[in-house]
Design a protein around this ligand. Structure first.
Ligand code: C2E
Ligand code: MG
Ligand code: MG
Length: 280
């Protein structure tokens, strides 16, 4: 005989939590649930040359969420600007702390900024405010321009902002280069210091002729424009060896480390032994 179960009570603690919502994200911002993880960027000798700040949300029910899992929600809820301010403030404070602890090190920290954030009224002033409050040296900050919308070409407002920031010593990277709206035409007018090759071009290296042709072409282009190239998503020694052999400047990926919240000073000691570089 079939047994029928009564429907679960609304406060049944065994039911699945609903998806994160805008109110929770708003609370997260004010209740310290947002985190910045850092991932190393190394040169061909596995020396640390920079770190990238990557946003996470430590959600009370869903655990650690990546930006792709909650930035669309932030955009829909109109919270992108507040989250962007939180990120900049935190990155500047962390950078200032590292610069004070190790003044002889040329710290470089990459922070992801969308073109919409950059061109929003008051962005430069709010960034300057963060730098001043924290005491961070602006030469340690690299803005990684991420593109989710097409840019006007050239966008004079954006250009003006960027030139103003670069005059202070900040550097600029074009992120995810070659995908979405991160286009070749941007190199015609954006004052870029670094170009980050998207991981989709790195994934099948060195085995795919087409990917080798694209990456080698990009490196030649960057060399002529005097832009340094950083490869993203480097996961294997074969990728690293090949990219080093064709003159890539720096590398980021799980081969070296995963984004983490760990103490960077102790961490940089530890990674010398963990680095995949062979002895000379
Ligand atoms: P991104 O700036 O291109 O960051 C690199 C992404 O690749 C990171 O994902 C990182 O965790 C991941 N990654 C690193 N090494 C490897 C690897 O070897 N293999 C693979 N498969 N992945 C690797 P994450 O942290 O999930 O961030 C995703 C994107 O979210 C970032 O891409 C960036 O566009 C955006 N983002 C991150 N933090 C922020 C932020 O503070 N503000 C804004 N507006 N966007 C952010
Ligand atoms: Mg980035
Ligand atoms: Mg990228």
């Amino acid at each position: 005989m079939a047994t029928s179960h009564p429907p679960a009570a609304p406060d049944d603690h065994t039911r699945e939590p609903g998806p994160p919502d805008a109110a929770q994200l708003h609370d997260a911002l004010h209740q310290g649930q947002l985190r910045l993880y850092y991932q190393s960027i190394v040169d061909a000798d596995c020396r640390l040359v920079a770190r990238e700040a990557l946003l996470r949300w430590q959600h009370p029910q869903h655990g650690l969420l990546t930006p792709e899992q909650f930035l669309p929600l932030a955009e829909a809820a109109g919270l992108l600007a507040s989250i962007g301010d939180w990120v900049l403030d935190n990155v500047c404070h962390t950078l200032a702390q590292w610069q004070r602890q190790q003044p002889a090190t040329d710290w470089l920290v990459g922070v992801n900024i969308s073109a919409a954030q950059l061109t929003a009224p008051g962005f430069c002033d709010s960034l300057l405010g963060c730098l001043q409050r924290s005491g961070a040296d602006p030469t340690g900050l690299c803005l990684e321009l991420i593109e989710s919308t097409p840019l006007e070409q050239p966008d004079n407002n954006l250009l003006q902002q960027l030139n103003q920031l670069r005059a202070l010593g900040l550097s600029l990277a074009l992120d995810d280069f070659g995908t979405g709206y991160s286009a070749l035409s941007h190199l015609q007018w954006l004052p870029v210091d670094y170009l980050k090759i998207d991981s989709s071009f790195v994934r099948n290296l060195p085995y795919t002729h087409r990917d080798r042709a694209i990456v080698e072409g990009l490196l030649e282009l960057a060399r002529r424009l005097e832009i340094q190239v950083v490869a993203e998503g480097v996961e294997t020694l074969e990728q690293f060896d090949y990219l080093s052999s064709i003159g890539c400047f720096a590398f980021q990926g799980y081969l070296f480390d995963r984004p983490a919240e760990s103490n960077p000073l102790m961490y940089s000691q530890a990674r010398l032994t963990a680095a995949p570089c062979r002895p000379n």
